[in-house]
Design a protein around this ligand. Sequence first.
Ligand code: ZN
Length: 164
Amino acid sequence: MDSLKFGEHTTIRTPNGLKLSIWQKLRDLFINEWFSSIENSNKELFYRIFKTDVGLEPYFKNTPTSLVYYRSTLKLRTRNHRLPIETGRWIRTPQNERLCLNCNKLGDEYHYLFECSIFDNERKDLIKRYFYYRNPSTLKLQQLMNTTNKHELLKLFKMFKSFY
Ligand SMILES: [Zn+2]
């Protein structure tokens, strides 16, 4: 319980104040542990690009009608897909050698969402040009993945679906 120290300047006057302090401390510890666990995981590289805080994702707050899109999104986020970045892991190919067979670039989610010509048609239909046309970046990927616009989310789900 060393990590539950409240510091010299914390004064707790009531039982409810103590409960609140313990609750806040445990919450802080959980968040620190959670960030640490995703920082140390190679498999979660894509996940940590867009998961910037603890809480329910916009996907699940802004419910599109079809469960198919949830399934696709969960598959992508847990890397339950057949993009080279994941299939290469299954056969222990070094990460930097898990390349797109079409472009010879790293075959990760970023590549297929923003770059790969295999998905040019889907990209034009489903993702705003702003994200991929000029200077695509992980920042834009983060913006796209954190959108709360239902129309944009629905299109993103369809894009994910085209990967399977
Ligand atoms: Zn490609």
